[in-house]
Design a protein around this ligand. Structure first.
Ligand code: FAD
Length: 411
């Protein structure tokens, strides 16, 4: 039987990077993937464009993670965004940086990112065993001996890395196997919770806003009347509620507050760049310039068309009312609606519908300088299976690549 120095379970960004780095160190590597082909989730990432990292500095970067910042500081000290960008650029993949420091391939094709990784697997003679699902790791005397597959086949090696991802988008292969494998070998799993998930909203009128996206809005989360979180950026209305970057980014605190049985409301500020005085002056200017015009027509300059009718209803305003009839009190109501349209959060979609999984293998049980388990010699972890998760913007993918690289550098 062929001998391997290391087996890596899972050919996502973390597993592929671990395999490539290990092979660069002349390790004979076997990469085991349950799907027919590697990188299924990577292909759909960033709406098929793959936002592979973010160009911001280390402090801002770490600030985007919900937990485990000290752990990640060690990891990023070895392999961070500059190293990742160089890795791809050296392989002639041209990259571009968009708004908010988001880094994409210039081609806007996630497939091009995957092709670089696949071609490195090939040139470095890494054996990829596709269509094989690992069931458990074989541990004897707290040391790794190999893996057992679901078809009851044993494959021996003294080093094994678990890079099986989380539980989000299970259709891509990440069904939580890594948590079961880790638990069985004695690791503690921090409870799994949804992150970067769409939010269900109680008010039914927003169904009419389905498909409308807003740029440059501020949303604030209140739980039990107290302000909890605030984000600025882009969001999207769906048939059941809110999605898009800022809504996804607040979904974790919304979920936690709902679990505590708090009433959670979300305030949308459509005009965060203006203060009360400036917005009032703007309305007055519009009214003066358009005497006798209906308020619904004036609002075409202030909000997307599809929103206006329901927005005016929310403000208890008759859409056909002429601008010259609007009272100071009514103007106040409109301003309030533009600054603070209140929605009630009913639920957060389940973890399987999220972009990443919160929770996972406890970082305290992993050495951040090597990714080796502190409990079982020869067992390593990389990627989303670890208890790390961040906001949208390329941070999660970088964490997968970085933990993968450090794992491969030590396995
Ligand atoms: C829709 C969507 C869009 C996203 N967009 C972005 C983005 O633009 N930027 C960003 O930073 N992050 C994005 N993410 C998150 C990012 O894709 C993940 O954080 C990243 O893929 C995690 O990498 P990973 O290698 O740890 O896990 P995965 O990519 O999930 O890979 C795990 C691999 O392990 C395999 N596997 C699982 N169990 C077994 C087993 N028992 N045996 C063998 N193989 C197994 C799976 O089939 C899979 O191929 C997105 C996620 C989703 C769902």
């Amino acid at each position: 039987m062929e001998q391997f120095d290391a087996i890596i379970i899972g050919a996502g960004p973390a597993g592929m990077m671990a395999a490539i780095r290990a092979a660069e160190r002349n390790r004979r590597v076997l990469l085991v993937e349950r799907n027919d082909t590697p990188g299924k989730k990577l292909l759909i990432s960033g709406k098929g464009r793959c936002n592979l990292t973010n160009s911001c500095d280390i402090e801002d970067f770490l600030g985007k993670f919900s937990e485990s910042r000290a752990f990640l500081r060690n990891v990023f000290a070895k392999f961070f965004n500059t190293e990742l960008m160089l890795f791809f650029e050296d392989a002639r993949l041209k990259l571009k940086t968009e708004r908010g420091g988001r880094v994409f391939p210039i081609s806007d094709r996630a497939g091009d990112v995957l092709n670089v990784l696949k071609s490195k697997l090939k040139t470095k003679n890494i054996k990829v065993l596709s269509g094989v699902r690992a069931r458990e790791v074989i541990v004897k005397d707290k040391k790794i001996r190999g893996i057992l597959t679901y078809s009851r086949k044993q494959i021996l090696a003294t080093r094994v890395a678990v890079a099986t991802g989380g539980i989000s988008y299970p259709g891509t292969g990440s069904t939580g196997d890594g948590y079961r494998i880790a638990e069985k070998s004695g690791h503690r799993i921090i409870p799994l919770k949804p992150a970067l998930c769409p939010i269900l909203i109680k008010e039914r009128f927003i169904r009419d806003w389905q498909g409308i996206s807003l740029k440059n809005v501020r949303i604030t989360v209140f739980a039990g009347g107290k302000r909890m979180d605030e984000r600025f950026g882009e969001m999207l209305f769906t048939h059941f509620g809110l999605s898009g970057p800022v809504a996804l980014d607040i979904s974790a605190p919304v979920h936690d507050a709902l679990q505590l049985k708090n009433e959670v409301t979300i305030s949308i500020n459509f005009k965060p760049a203006l203060d009360h005085k400036k917005l009032d002056a703007r309305l007055l200017r519009e009214f003066k310039a358009n005497p006798g015009k209906s308020i619904k027509n004036i609002f075409k300059n202030l909000l997307p068309r599809g929103i206006i009718r329901r927005f005016l209803e929310y403000c208890s305003m008759e859409g056909n009312k002429s601008t010259s009839q609007i009272t100071a009190g009514e103007r106040k109501r409109l301003i309030r609606g533009l600054f603070d349209l209140r929605l009630t959060a009913e639920a957060v979609m389940p973890a399987k519908d999220g972009i990443v999984t919160r929770g996972g293998v406890n970082t305290k049980e992993i050495n951040p300088r090597t990714m080796e388990s502190r409990l079982v010699k020869g067992l390593f972890f990389a990627g989303e299976v670890i208890d790390i998760d961040a906001a949208t913007g390329g941070y999660n993918m970088q964490a997968a690549f970085s933990t993968g690289w450090v794992c491969g550098d030590n396995i």
